[in-house]
Ligand binder design. Structure first.
Ligand SMILES: Nc1ncnc2c1ncn2[C@@H]1O[C@H](COP(=O)(O)OP(=O)(O)OP(=O)(O)O)[C@@H](O)[C@H]1O
Length: 422
């Protein structure tokens, strides 16, 4: 590859491999547009040095051409000798909500589910430097301080045991478009990318018209990234000092237990909430400040924020994934599996019938520190009928749930030099 795409992919992989995150396989997210086709072509060229590859296209069914575009990706993959799956989204339940945001969330859920199915430990997207500029400018427009607007990271945790890898963040879109055209491959065109009703598309048009000094923005982004790295390391250091018995996480569930609740700054509180809950973004500052005040004032206190449950028990502070979520119906026309809590794919037991509900063990008011977020299937009378195998000693009359997915979230402070969210 002469334009750096192959090298960018290999360099990003070196970073995550050194953090011991990726080894078993890569799932390439390919929409059929020029950026992700460039990703596909770069991976094809470098495949001898890469973990096993698989490709997925999410067909949101929101444009009449979407099925044909996904089929075209499939045909290209077949010609390249790569396995490909088109995953059809069923669409949102009922009306209402922001359709683009729902589609995006479903896309990542479906990609994560496909990664679990084919034992990949990274989903790879083709986000590039032009996307990064847009993300930075959008953050600034929302009032985020200059040095805080460092944009997307090359990788972050997507699910327990699964990272999202963005190897092309330093490459220009034009290089990706040229690569695909140079190979004679026809890319799909989504007119939505130019729809001036979207703030991102408006920014894209302004950037294309030369309304921003891109070289100056690139300098700002580099400085913001350096600032973020330094701050991450300092925060990780302080967090380690607060850990109960020297270890940050308790049990497999990635829960964080800290020894001195009164010593936690709002920034650290925000990081712990995000790391334990597994959210992609940190919670709003105002909500974190309110929570910090409440935690400082009361020695026994429980609250939830940003998908995380935080409990103060005397001097100790415990963060664990919020467990009030129920299993959701299959999101795709592929297979009957129910996805629970965005991370477990559960095959409903044959005898369960339609009335089965899947809930977290902790939401039944039971469970100890380690297992409160694990799934239990209930019958129509809310009696447990099947459970995560780790709960079998507590629920001996239950069948084991047939499931795929992992329990624990990684904690950025365990991985020197990285902060796998945002
Ligand atoms: N429907 C989809 N199926 C699979 N992957 C997708 C899909 N939509 C987006 N992606 C992945 O997410 C990345 C970023 O998505 P975004 O919507 O910003 O770009 P895009 O305009 O779809 O890019 P592309 O030129 O690859 O189509 C894409 O480069 C691709 O890797």
């Amino acid at each position: 590859m002469t334009d750096g795409t192959g090298e960018a992919l290999a360099a990003a992989l070196r970073i995550v491999s050194s953090a011991r995150c990726v080894s078993s396989g890569l799932l390439l997210a390919v929409s059929g547009g020029p950026d992700s086709l460039a990703l596909l072509l770069a991976a094809r060229t470098g495949r001898a040095d890469l973990p096993p590859l698989a490709v997925a296209t999410i067909d949101h069914g929101l444009r009449p051409e979407s099925a044909a575009e996904a089929e075209a990706v499939g045909a290209l993959c077949a010609a390249l000798g790569l396995s490909h799956r088109r995953l059809v989204w069923r669409g949102p339940e009922g009306a209402g909500g922001n359709l683009a945001a729902l589609a995006r969330e479903a896309r990542y859920d479906l990609l994560a589910r496909e990664a679990r199915r084919c034992s990949a430990d990274a989903v790879v997207t083709a986000h590039h430097f032009d996307d990064q500029l847009e993300t930075h400018l959008l953050a600034r427009a929302r009032g985020v301080a200059l040095q805080e607007a460092a944009g997307m990271r090359v990788w972050r945790d997507l699910q327990p045991g699964l990272v999202l890898l963005r190897p092309f963040l330093s490459l220009r879109k034009s290089a990706l478009v040229d690569l695909v055209a140079g190979e004679g491959v026809q890319a799909a065109d989504d007119p939505g990318n130019r729809d001036p009703r979207s703030a991102r598309a408006r920014l894209r048009l302004a950037l294309a018209a030369g309304e921003h000094d891109e070289a100056a923005l690139a300098d700002v982004l580099r400085a913001a990234d350096r600032h973020r790295m330094t701050r991450d390391e300092a925060l990780a250091e302080r967090l380690r000092a607060l850990a109960v018995s020297g270890t940050l996480r308790t049990g497999e569930s990635g829960q964080i237990e800290l020894a001195d609740a009164s010593a936690l700054s709002p920034t650290l509180l925000s990081r712990c909430l995000t790391a334990a809950g597994g959210a992609a973004v940190t919670p709003p500052t105002r909500a974190v400040l309110r929570l910090a005040e409440a935690l400082a004032a009361r020695r026994r206190f429980t609250a939830t924020l940003n998908g995380c449950r935080v409990e103060r028990q005397g001097d100790r502070l415990l963060f664990l994934r919020e467990y009030g979520r129920e299993g959701i119906a299959p999101m795709s026309t592929e297979g009957p599996d129910v996805t629970f809590d965005h991370r477990f794919d559960i095959r409903p037991p044959a005898e369960a019938g339609r009335a089965m509900r899947i809930v977290a063990w902790g939401s039944l008011g039971r469970g100890n520190l380690r297992d409160r977020t694990l799934p239990v299937a209930l019958d129509e009378s809310d009696r447990p009928i099947a459970c995560h195998p780790a709960l079998a000693p507590k629920l001996p009359s239950c069948a084991p749930l047939v499931l795929r997915g992992r329990v624990g979230w990684r904690l950025w402070a365990d991985l020197p030099g990285s902060a796998p969210f945002m």
